[in-house]
Design a binder for this molecule. Structure first.
Ligand code: TMP
Length: 217
């Protein structure tokens, strides 16, 4: 793949505000004349939408962590091959609401390491190869605040996308630590953002980080 655009991923626990920040950055880039697409995992493609419904709704124990990894990686592979890579080749930037760090945080740290790390590495190699995000923004927030926001948002949904929210606070505390460990392991790719701020403050911070990294002028 001849990558010309930039690939930026937005990561974090539930209700951290990352999706709002992704939309705001997409608009900002558009106004700065930088073509971009806003996408997400799971569900960034038509087939991915079907996988998303399976993955984020219903009983939390309907599959185990290994089955979940395989389904998230199927969604990821379809997302990369049909949307992300073609867009990057054309020079468009791609902003993705979650990517592979979410699998490590949720299916490895959250599940208290029930899926061996080597399994996740092998799946990454098969589905993604040597490709990586150019920048990953990790939105860090106390999960009690994030979960409350997320459950409130779900009140208005016809089909509740709260399968992972219902795993309990300890799960969400583990995955928060997991995201912070990922950032420590790859400091050149990951930037941790304290998400306990207003939407406007967070947007200014995101723009500053992206400008410093890629020189938006
Ligand atoms: P979201 O779009 O609201 O963030 O919902 C996606 C849900 O799926 C969220 O609970 C995190 C979870 N998830 C995983 O558990 N593993 C993954 O690899 C990804 C991409 C998401």
């Amino acid at each position: 793949m001849q990558q010309k655009g930039r690939f930026i991923t937005f990561e974090g626990g539930e209700g951290t505000g990352k999706s709002t920040q992704l939309r705001l950055l997409a608009d900002y880039l558009e106004q700065a004349g930088i073509a971009n697409i806003a996408s997400k995992e799971p569900g960034g493609t038509e087939i991915g939408q079907e996988l998303r419904r399976l993955l984020v709704t219903g009983d939390k124990d309907k599959f185990d962590a290994v089955a979940e990894c395989l389904l998230y990686y199927a969604d990821r592979r379809i997302h990369l091959t049909s949307k992300v890579w073609p867009a990057l080749e054309k020079g468009s930037w791609v902003l993705s609401d979650r990517f592979a760090d979410s699998t490590v945080a949720y299916q490895y740290y959250g599940y208290d390491k029930k899926v061996p790390y080597e399994t996740l590495d092998a799946l990454y190699e098969i589905a993604v190869g040597g490709f990586k995000p150019d920048l990953t923004l990790i939105f860090d927030l106390d999960p009690e605040i994030g979960l409350a926001r997320s459950f409130k948002k779900a009140e208005g949904m016809a089909v509740k996308e709260t399968r992972h929210e219902s795993r309990g606070l300890d799960f969400h505390k583990r995955l928060r630590c997991g995201f912070l460990e990922i950032a420590l392991k790859e400091p050149e790719r990951c930037v941790v953002i304290d998400a306990n701020k207003s939407i406007e403050e967070l947007h200014r911070e995101v723009v500053r980080i992206v400008s410093e990294r890629f020189g938006l002028g």
